[in-house]
Design a protein around this ligand. Structure first.
Ligand SMILES: Nc1nc2c(ncn2[C@@H]2O[C@H](COP(=O)(O)OP(=O)(O)OP(=O)(O)O)[C@@H](O)[C@H]2O)c(=O)[nH]1
Length: 350
């Protein structure tokens, strides 16, 4: 997985800060030797070190919102430092200009994921040239300003190119993540009805049974089968069969009351409803409501030997301590088989 934009930004900014601390400390030492009373020059390396130490705590915390302000602080500290070097005369104007141009380029290369952070850092930098500019004559002033403008344009061009590439790869990463999410989701959904498929049901069953070994909560599984669905398909056609499966899935979703219930298509005309924190009587209430709503839906089935309307058979099993997921499924399926053997259109409790 590619690093998040913000993390890339923090890493880049950390490296830039480290470089600034090294350069600033070296200059402060040189300046302290020349003018011992100049304490301003120590502010920049000290302040930048504080920012550098703060950086690793940023990406995952609310403080991350302050990032542009911190970047602005870095720029202000460096500017203050260069200004005091310029006033004390320890940095000649050409060297000062070269340092600023170097900083502009370094900022565009390290802060490219965010234009805002780049501008926050570089905006104060040209101010450091003011004391040197005041002392210069006109031609030198013009030359310095032209060089500074050229440097700014160049670093902005570098920033734009790198930022565009970065944005493109960031979008690509997001697209891939979304596709991956959809793929995972689709591999666990029944494509016709949109409800969980057998694989997701079995996974949730395994997880809930494992959890129940600790909690001993009630857990109930209902297996349902459309009565004479083969005859229905033959008589009304596969398309009507598909519509019936979709309507039944909707009815089941409507009857289930909790987000944690799992409604799944098990296979063909067979469905399953897994009810965590629910005992047999809760399952019975759900089945009675489902029967009521199915009767109200009034779906015709002229080729059913037991009713002129579509009916369901169901088997209900409640998890018993010590039981594993497979035997709970077998118990519910055995109860369903019994419901069918007893004439269908009914439910049987295991
Ligand atoms: N329309 C449609 N039919 C399907 C689909 N998948 C399986 N079937 C049909 O479902 C039927 C099997 O359903 P079952 O519920 O297992 O069998 P049944 O005919 O109801 O028999 P009993 O269970 O004994 O009542 C077969 O006719 C399959 O062709 C599907 O996605 N759409």
């Amino acid at each position: 997985m590619a690093p998040l934009p913000r993390q890339v930004l923090f890493q880049g900014h950390r490296r830039l800060l480290l470089a600034l601390i090294v350069i600033g400390s070296a200059q402060a030492v040189v300046q302290a030797l020349a003018v011992p009373a100049q304490i301003l020059v120590w502010l920049a390396p000290l302040g930048l070190t504080a920012l550098w130490l703060l950086q690793p705590t940023l990406p995952d915390r609310p403080l991350a919102r302050l990032f542009p302000i911190l970047t602005l602080c870095s720029g202000a500290l460096v500017t203050l430092h260069l200004w005091s070097c310029s006033v004390a005369g320890t940095l000649s104007p050409p060297l000062l200009l070269a340092t600023i141009l170097l900083l502009l380029t370094a900022a565009s290369v390290t802060l490219y994921p965010s234009r805002l952070a780049f501008w926050c850092l570089v905006m104060p930098l040209p101010l450091a040239l003011i004391p040197a500019l005041i002392k210069m004559d006109r031609p030198d002033q013009a030359q310095t300003l032209i060089l500074l403008g050229g440097g700014l344009l160049l670093s902005f061009a570098i920033l734009t190119v790198l930022n565009r590439g970065f944005e493109e790869s960031r979008k690509q990463t997001h697209r891939c993540a979304r596709l991956q999410y959809q793929l995972n989701r689709n591999s666990r959904r029944d494509p016709l009805t949109g409800i969980a498929n057998r694989s997701l049901l079995e996974q949730r069953l395994r997880e809930l049974v494992a959890e129940n070994r600790r909690t001993h909560n009630p857990l109930t599984l209902i297996m349902l089968d459309i009565d004479y669905f083969t005859a229905f398909n033959r008589h009304y056609g596969e398309e009507s069969g598909d519509e019936t499966l979709i309507s039944l899935a909707k009815l089941m979703l409507h009857c289930s009351r909790r987000q944690t219930d799992v409604i799944a298509r098990y296979r063909g005309g067979e469905f399953a409803i897994l009810l965590p924190a629910t005992d047999k009587s809760g399952a019975k209430r759900l089945l009675q409501q489902l029967r009521r709503e199915l009767a109200e839906a009034n779906l015709p089935h002229d080729h059913s030997p037991i009713s002129a309307r579509l009916t369901l058979s169901a088997g209900v099993a409640q998890w018993q301590p010590g039981q594993d997921d497979r035997s709970l499924l077998q118990a519910a399926r055995a109860a369903l088989k019994l419901a069918k053997a007893r004439g269908r259109n009914r439910y049987v409790l295991a």
